[in-house]
Design a protein around this ligand. Structure first.
Ligand SMILES: [Zn+2]
Length: 325
């Protein structure tokens, strides 16, 4: 049995998964704020452990689970597998009494420069996030979005202005930085973003190269540099002395009409670290589960899965469902 409390609680074997409230023992799929808490003991990948400790304190107790190496836990076998969402992000495969449950956490299929690519296994039961579980949430090909971003940045620089990219502190900021520097465009990051970038670099993720580096914004823009800062929804996004700018939000929500107005930016481009609608369906086809529970998404995605022949239900906050039977 399991139930949902903003994360997942397995009752057999007893294990909290991604519950953002202190637990005796919890699997942490990745280090985004809505998935972590000061647990007595956290199970997570080594990269997530580094980011988790960066965010919540160096003394946090962790059992590290490198990708693909099963850990015995209360009679179950637990295996962390790449989720493609941000550095260290993991799906969790639980094997218990001959049955396999796959919990996706936040995930993305396809390429990333800063996260290990997801390669989901087959399982009997699938619990999946469905953030973009509406047919309107289909992302254009990544290469097209990157080409548009690079062209836009060059045009803004040529106009004598500073391109300012708004992106989440952990994951998206590092991904866009790697994209920009790999195109020869040096980056200055909001200091709080740069702290996370230092963790990525210590974990061996290359975010710069000989042609274009990354550093912290030091109170003034530099010629030819792109500035990466926090989303405008976060008060701390402002940086002093930027002068003339054009702002670009990078988010999957940019596929929605009028996104740039709602986000308060000049441009919005749909680069996402979540699976889009088609990737969500693709995941179900790869995993081929007997049953699917959907979380973290709009109503109706489970209906879409049922129309495709899957036995799918939303995992409501108070839902209790038979799992290993
Ligand atoms: Zn996340």
């Amino acid at each position: 049995m399991f139930h949902y409390e903003n994360g997942l609680m397995l009752t057999r074997p007893r294990l909290a998964i991604d519950i953002p409230r202190r637990q005796p023992r919890a699997f942490v799929s990745h280090a985004h704020a809505d998935h972590i808490a000061r647990h007595e003991l956290a199970l997570c990948t080594p990269d997530t452990a580094a980011l988790y400790r960066h965010r919540l304190g160096a003394g946090r107790r962790v059992i590290e689970m490198p990708y693909g190496r099963p850990v015995d836990y209360a009679g179950a076998r637990l295996t962390a597998l790449p989720a493609g969402h941000c550095l260290g992000s993991a799906m969790l495969l639980v094997e218990f009494e001959g049955r396999r449950l796959l919990y996706t956490g936040d995930f993305k299929l396809g390429e990333s420069l800063t996260a290990e690519r997801a390669d989901p296994p087959r399982a009997d039961m699938l619990v999946m996030e469905t953030t973009f579980g509406h047919p309107s949430r289909r992302m254009p090909p990544r290469a097209e979005v990157i080409a548009e971003l690079i062209g836009l940045v060059h045009r803004i620089l040529a106009d004598g202005k500073t391109p300012v990219v708004h992106a989440y502190q952990l994951g998206k900021s590092q991904e866009v930085t790697a994209i920009l520097t790999s195109h020869g465009l040096p980056v200055l990051q909001h200091p709080s973003i740069y702290e996370v970038t230092r963790v990525y670099q210590r974990r061996g993720v290359e975010l710069d190269n000989d042609d274009a580096g990354v550093g912290a914004y030091q109170g003034a823009p530099l010629a030819g540099h792109v500035v990466v800062t926090l989303p405008r929804s976060m008060k701390a996004y402002r940086l002093a002395n930027l002068g003339a700018v054009e702002s670009i939000a990078l988010t999957g929500w940019a596929v929605d009409d009028g996104a740039r107005f709602r986000l308060g930016v000049d441009h919005a481009l749909p680069l996402s670290d979540h699976a889009d609608f088609d990737e969500l369906v693709e995941l179900a086809r790869i995993v081929q589960p007997e049953r699917i529970a959907t979380t973290h998404g709009p109503p109706g995605f489970d209906e879409h899965l049922r129309a495709l022949g899957f036995d799918a239900q939303p995992l409501a906050p108070d839902a209790q469902r038979r799992l290993f039977e």
